[in-house]
Write a new protein. Structure first.
Length: 290
């Protein structure tokens, strides 16, 4: 029985060898700015055979930049919140490029308001882009990956997918949802002995502008992260075959350890660490909170 268990673990681990970016066709959602654009450029430098950008603006500029780096590139206007649009553009993308080997999902929004300040439209926007969009985009490409028994899906969740800071009810709901979805999918694929791999990413606040104004009380433990460094860590994790990536690593340890506390004490510790005040001065891109 023990030997059988060891064999099963070994078979599972053997499937998680990572995906070298060189020679792969990479698709990035939200790829015209921030970490999406940084990763697109880095994938070109790492020898990707083709890079596909899905976004709602600046596609021509981004594609030209990537082609200037010597890689085949294409851009598609896609609203990930619109499942019909996602499916239609996925069909066109596969028709044009033949396959997608690595799918990196960066598209996301944040409101930064209390529950009663949020409008129905803002809640729907968060759910549609941050969660339903991940379902739609993943489903659109998972089938062709499974049929080839090759592929890698990486999705940016958030440290807010492990804790629930104040003024992030809609955002946390979507990021916790992404975490649960991908954990379940990872186990589905393992149960089916599929070589398709999953990477879920949990970064603390990143200086992309999306969380402009967010702050940290203990920067030595939880620093505001540099988007370039985070982007490199994500690509390295894809190539290494990591199933999860916490940035900084302390996010994983701290949230796991304080979870053993009674809920009341957990909330007190979170407040003491400044987690519940981290969004007090949030303004977002171009003062979006206003």
């Amino acid at each position: 029985m023990v030997s059988s268990l060891i064999k099963k673990i070994g078979n599972t681990l053997s499937l998680n060898k990572g995906t070298k970016i060189s020679g792969q066709t990479v698709l990035i959602t939200g790829g015209t700015s921030g970490m999406g654009l940084i990763m697109a450029k880095e994938c070109a430098k790492r020898g990707a055979s083709a890079i596909i950008i899905w976004d709602i603006a600046r596609l021509d500029e981004t594609v030209a930049t990537l082609e200037g780096l010597g890689v085949k590139a294409g851009g598609y206007i896609v609203n990930v919140a619109d499942v019909e649009n996602v499916n239609a553009q996925a069909e066109q993308t596969l028709k044009d490029f033949g396959k997608v080997d690595i799918l990196i999902q960066c598209a996301g929004v944040v409101s930064g308001k209390s529950l009663l300040e949020l409008t129905d439209e803002q809640i729907d926007r968060s759910l549609d882009i941050n969660l339903r969009g991940v379902f739609s985009v993943t489903r659109a490409f998972l089938g062709q990956m499974k049929s080839r028994n090759h592929g890698h899906i990486a999705v940016i969740s958030s440290a807010a997918g492990t804790v629930g800071p104040a003024n992030m009810t809609d955002y946390c709901a979507t990021k916790w949802g992404v975490r649960g979805m991908l954990e379940s999918l990872r186990n589905e694929l393992a149960k089916e002995h599929s070589a398709v791999q999953i990477l879920t990413i949990y970064p603390f606040y990143v200086n992309t502008g999306m969380f402009e104004g967010a702050k940290t009380k203990v920067p030595l433990l939880f620093p505001i992260l540099d988007q370039y460094k985070v982007s490199m860590k994500i690509l390295d994790a894809i190539e290494a075959g990591q199933p999860e990536l916490f940035i900084p690593k302390l996010v994983q340890y701290a949230t796991s350890l304080i979870r053993v506390l009674p809920t009341h004490w957990y909330d007190i510790v979170s407040t003491w660490l400044g987690i519940n005040a981290s969004m007090d001065d949030f303004v977002g891109r171009q003062g979006q909170k206003k």
